[in-house]
Design a protein around this ligand. Structure first.
Ligand code: ADP
Length: 495
């Protein structure tokens, strides 16, 4: 039996999943690793923890599958995006911890870019909003703050990489220095139109070209790992940022195909085909993972508080004891009875972009029960997703036919049914919920020749459940109008 090994290097854990040639999970293992918070708002990872945990889980996944390294046809890597590492080219040693995408230490730098009006140039070239999430200001911070870094950089002796690049470099003993389009597109240094590192942006951030890896399609023959590292050389056949890997895992390879991941936050990605779509609604324009030389474009939007709203019900309001109980309670009442919960705990993202908005519960009466609040909270997640889907439809000029879903909260049947009703389209939940790893495996499997292409995979695709809308147009309009009144309440300036 031949297998594809997917390495899914995430923000809080590293996973290894072995897929067989039918795309089924044969064995998996995962390990959490340390989060480092040096100051309020700062987040780092120790590169040794990233590498150690990722290598550590490979053997365990193989054992669980009863397989050995010689059965592995190819490796696909998916990774937390934007997280930034800089290392010495001679020694391979990082000169600072990995600065994690969530880290806000460069927020002031980004405010300054906006004050100077440079955010427009950045958007034109990269499709991104000028934000501290993306790698460019993090690299600049390292060069400005680590003793001697600037001199080493000028002398061409430093290398920058997102997590994928660092893993490839380490696993190949420095032979592979590369990334893929989806990861490059999150650095704020990559021009998504020319598909090249952008000289204007490199000089804006004062980053030498010698610090940047080569960029290839996600499905590509990246080279082989060093035999001394894992005990055997393995072919790296794919690299993709986690959300784009998930989009490919859902086989959303046609224009208008869209997926949402319901995790702590929600990540919506829509394939917009061969040409980039400018957003008038504050969405990000970026690149999709694929096997062709020129990537498709995507629109991306995120909901800051998704499944985290359910954690809030459990840990702060304490009206449920497990996340799954939210479904049971929501179904005990026929409706939320005019109650809306807007979980804008940290402000509102697309399409509102209001950092000062705060959460709101509106429409409560003497008869409002915890069941209503729980139900309205789940509905609040679905409404936020619907707002982004509508923004995408407007920007891209397409009407979506179905939404593909994954992530922890997609297990909630009430939430999925309500999502389908409020979007008035089908919601498809796949049988393999490890969609990120599956996407990396699909890309690697096509590249290594295990699968002939997307069509073959589509024929084998298994959907666990399809939710179809049953709500009337009038009710949908009434509910959406109530939601938008609640959004207005969440945006009222307090004090
Ligand atoms: P992440 O990758 O962001 O850590 P996961 O995909 O593991 O997230 O999903 C975890 C989130 O899903 C949590 O916020 C949790 O509250 C939510 N969640 C898990 N199960 C359910 C459920 N049955 N109903 C609603 N929310 C759920």
């Amino acid at each position: 039996m031949k297998y594809i090994l997917a390495l899914d290097q995430g923000t809080t854990s590293s996973r290894a999943i072995l897929f067989d040639c039918n795309g089924r999970v044969a064995g998996k293992a995962y390990q959490e690793f340390r989060q480092i918070y040096p100051r309020a708002g700062w987040v780092e990872h120790d590169p040794k923890d990233i590498l150690g945990s990722q290598v550590g889980v490979i053997a365990e996944a193989l054992v669980r599958a009863g397989a050995s390294l010689s059965d592995v046809e190819g490796v696909g890597v998916s990774n937390q995006r934007e997280t930034t590492l800089v290392w010495n080219a001679q020694t391979g040693e990082p000169i600072y911890n990995a600065i994690v995408w969530q880290c806000r230490r460069t927020a002031d730098m980004c405010d300054k870019l906006k004050e100077e009006g440079l955010d427009k140039l950045i958007y034109q070239k990269t499709g991104l909003v000028a934000d501290a999430y993306f790698s460019a200001t993090k690299i600049k911070w390292i060069l400005n703050n680590v003793a001697g870094a600037r001199d080493l950089a000028r002398a061409g002796r430093l290398r920058f990489g997102t997590v994928d690049t660092y893993l490839l470099y380490a696993l190949s003993g420095g032979r592979i220095y590369a990334t893929d389009y989806t990861n490059a597109a999150r650095t704020m240094l990559f021009n998504i139109h020319t598909l090249k590192w952008d000289d204007d942006l490199l000089s804006l951030f004062d980053i030498p070209r010698s610090m940047l890896p080569e960029v290839y399609p996600s499905g590509y023959d990246y080279g082989r790992t060093d035999g001394t590292f894992l005990g055997r050389e393995l072919n790296i056949c794919a690299v993709a940022g986690d959300q784009q890997a998930a989009l490919f895992g859902h086989l959303c390879t046609n224009k208008g195909d869209i997926k949402n991941t319901y995790g702590t936050g929600c990540f919506l990605l829509m394939n917009t085909g061969k040409s980039p779509v400018d957003s008038r609604n504050g969405l990000i324009t970026s690149l999709a993972a694929g096997i062709e030389p020129a990537p498709d474009y995507i629109l991306e939007g995120s909901v800051f508080v998704g499944g985290a709203a359910v954690q809030w019900l459990r840990d702060e309001l304490r009206v449920i004891s497990t996340a799954a109980e939210s479904e049971e309670l929501a179904l005990k009442v026929p409706s939320s009875d005019g109650v809306y919960v807007v979980p804008a705990f940290t402000g509102l993202g697309a399409p509102y972009w209001d950092a000062r908005a705060r959460g709101a519960i509106v429409g409560i009466t003497r008869g409002t029960s915890r069941e209503h609040i729980v139900r309205a909270t789940l509905e609040g997640i679905a409404y936020q997703v619907a707002d982004i889907v509508r923004a995408m439809e407007l920007d891209a000029g397409v009407k979506i036919a179905e939404l593909r879903v994954d992530g922890g909260a997609s297990a909630n049947n009430f939430l999925m049914a309500f999502q389908s009703d409020i979007l008035n389209c089908s919601v498809l939940r796949p049988a393999v919920v490890e969609t990120t790893a599956l996407g990396a495996a699909y890309l690697a499997g096509i590249t290594s020749g295990i699968w002939s292409g997307v069509e073959e995979l589509k024929n084998n695709e298994r959907t666990e459940r399809v939710f179809t809308p049953s709500m009337g147009d009038e009710e949908r309009s009434r509910l959406l109008s109530g939601w938008h009144t609640a959004i207005a309440a969440a945006r009222l300036r307090q004090g």
